[in-house]
Design a protein around this ligand. Sequence first.
Ligand SMILES: Cc1cc2nc3c(=O)[nH]c(=O)nc-3n(C[C@H](O)[C@H](O)[C@H](O)COP(=O)(O)O)c2cc1C
Length: 177
Amino acid sequence: MADIIRERRSIRRFTDQPIERDKLERIIEAARWAPSWGNLQCCEIVIVEGIEEKRKLAGLLTAKNPASRAMENAPVLIAVCGRPDKSGYYKGKQITRYQHWFMYDLGLVSQNICLKACELGLGSVIVGSFDHPEAEKLLNVPGGCELVALIPVGYPDHSPSPPKRKSVEDFVHYGSF
Ligand SMILES: Cc1cc2nc3c(=O)[nH]c(=O)nc-3n(C[C@H](O)[C@H](O)[C@H](O)COP(=O)(O)O)c2cc1C
């Protein structure tokens, strides 16, 4: 697992090779087992495989988004959605200063998806910068549910070198900040 965490890269170019069904199911299973606020499991995912849908979604990315090509090129897009009124609430009341714990839950789901994909020899990239309302319309996301991220998944056609990370001493504080 430690190697997968380090070796996973954002992949933005894919080969034409389709993803085997059992691999897709294992990725979905990894998403299913992500931790969530109160185990409320606010996440819902949409699997997008249609060429036309992928093309339209690609067109909704922000200008110069480096993942535009990946969106069309990937055999599968996983749309990560969630219900904002679940996580962070108890009996309908917000119980911490943060309103958006569902984003945290969806981040954990997304990480599980990307790590499992990597373990299976697949590449992925989390895409968060796009026209969310238009993409929700396209995917028929119902009211009360929001689409947060799109994750193209496929066989990698490049192997990018790792972008720089902070050194441990630059972000870890022992004892107090
Ligand atoms: C919440 C989130 C949103 C992101 N949105 C985009 C995006 O819109 N387009 C893109 O090309 N990459 C996107 N990325 C990928 C990051 O650019 C990438 O994770 C970062 O540069 C580190 O590279 P690595 O994933 O290879 O370690 C996103 C990543 C995260 C976690």
